[in-house]
Ligand binder design. Sequence first.
Ligand code: PLP
Length: 369
Amino acid sequence: MTDGPDALETARLLHMGEEGAAKGDPLAPPIVASSMFHLPGDPEPGLPFYGREANPTWQAAEAALSLLEGAPALLFPSGMAAITAALMATLKAGDRLLLPSDGYYAGRVLARDFLEGFGVRVETRPTAAFAEGGFEGFRAVLIETPSNPGLDICDISAVSKAVRAAGGLSIVDNTTMTPFGQRPLDLGADLVVASDTKAPGGHSDILLGHVASRDEALLARVRDWRTRSGSIPGPFEAWLLHRSLQTLELRLARMCDNAEALAPRLAAHPKVREVRFPGLDSHPAHGLARRQMRRFGFLIGFTLESRAAAEAFIERCPLLAAATSFGGTHSSAECRLRWGDDVAPGYVRLSVGTEPLEALWPALEAALG
Ligand SMILES: *Cc1c(COP(=O)(O)O)cnc(C)c1O
């Protein structure tokens, strides 16, 4: 089990506004919409001087993310911007990069369509067998566990250790878990990246992402990439994320509780062929999930008879948003086949929301028919 944010850190998150506050200061961070900052004489380290370099509202969100990650964090305008920053900060021409073959597809497209053109050699491997073949000669290795959408699991600690021993850097995409579900830096990863568009934002109204690391030099290079490339978030989005993080622990607890209650009920339903959920004994890496994850997450994959049956189920259920993406307060679902993912035609990725279980299960059961 990872350390994750402990109870005191979780509580401290809710009191950050009081830290260092002077009488009359706002407890909620202001939205600072300014490109310029008063700058007579020489710049002072740590003080914002230009909006592409730093912004106090980002810094408020970053301070909250840092508390959750147990490491300094940098905010980006999307999860993909965060992943791009981590890769641009670690790779150069001639380097080899290893990606999951079954992880979030946009990372593979980015690597194939852009990084390969700059001379980076890209290889992929399935998450469930990620350590097989070793990591000799890879400059950067990115893993995603549980993987999106297949919810396969690999051993973060073992992979990070083996990558380091082989002289490379490990990057963990922790989007599906958040730091409350597992904290990859505690397990030895060099960098963690995440899409805060998902559960951290949680209300389906912003795109954001972050990179965190305990390696100062590495994170300084990620920051440099942000400043030089101009891949920066807006202060309004940063403010919304800061607000959302106050309830992340509460929302995630409900979502994961709901998912744990729903997974066995789905598995027992005659219309459901197969359920993929790390918390079920039937998951091929359930033992590893128990050791590695604090919660089993809020994503459930399950297979119905056909694509048509899956689409009909989603459409019939009034408590399911038919939408791509996940991690909102509202449950949502989609057939991943429509994006060309390597899944059965009737595979549904269900993102379990915060609805009361007493309402959610009957609605799902009725829609299964
Ligand atoms: C959504 C997602 C991303 C990309 O995040 P955006 O905020 O959409 O750019 C990256 N990794 C995983 C695992 C995701 O689910």
